[in-house]
Design a protein around this ligand. Sequence first.
Ligand SMILES: [Zn+2]
Length: 294
Amino acid sequence: MDSARVFASVRGAEPGPTLIVVASIHGNEPAGAVAASRVAATLREESVRGSFVAITGNVAASSRRVRCVHHDLNRAFLPDPVAAARRGEAPAGLGAEGAELRGLVRALDDARAAARGPVFLLDLHSTSGDGAPFLLLPTSGGARLASAVPLTAVSGLLGMLRGTMVEEFRGEFDGALVAECGSHGSSAAPDCAEAVIRCVLAETGIAPPDPDAPRRLESFRGALPASLAVAYRHAIAPADRFAMRPGWRHFDPVTAGTPVADDARGPVLAPVTGRMLLPLYQPVGDDGFFVAIG
Ligand SMILES: [Zn+2]
């Protein structure tokens, strides 16, 4: 076991499902690791049915507290780099993230090989913009876990991106889900991530339910809808000099034609009416913002 990467592991006395939590696949998002460590500290081998495994996604970026060192690891899960990683090679062209991809794929494969039942994958993130936490569903295999987590479930977004871990690996697991747990560094983000983990552990039967966890998530969700679908992705490149206008939060209503950002060509208008999602307030990323509709 790669102990730098696998930071918590509880193997229950009784066989059963395995939940793999990946935290900090973006190194500037520590909330998931805090939450998974807290949960692991409360789990006892005699009361766990199956296994709980917590893995650091990007070790090098986490130690520097940056999103990535050279390449976004959560866009690197493409067939050729993954095949190279499974041959034990650090895939070319990814810089420091080549070794990270190899290490993360190996940790996931090791956890699956050690499993004694169905295996579920939960990928924990936080966001550069403010607003309520939410879930991102892969194009298949996300519904069961999402049904147990009372946050707004957003579909369609992962299918618009290339190379995300959960979307590309969804077929290798019995269920997979992404949780965006609030803004980077907010004190609520680890609490949200912890409640998400506890809801998933209960749904999969690995640990007894914590009745407080769904209540806490419902209070985060407030009056937001149970589900939304992404209708628009604003892709950006460095030459665009994209800059989000200040003040946008996740789920803010937005009307078609509203200027929401600026780039080298002038104002950037929202092309559809819906709700703002993932407005980019950090200098790196390929996605300026998304618009979701109910
Ligand atoms: Zn992230």
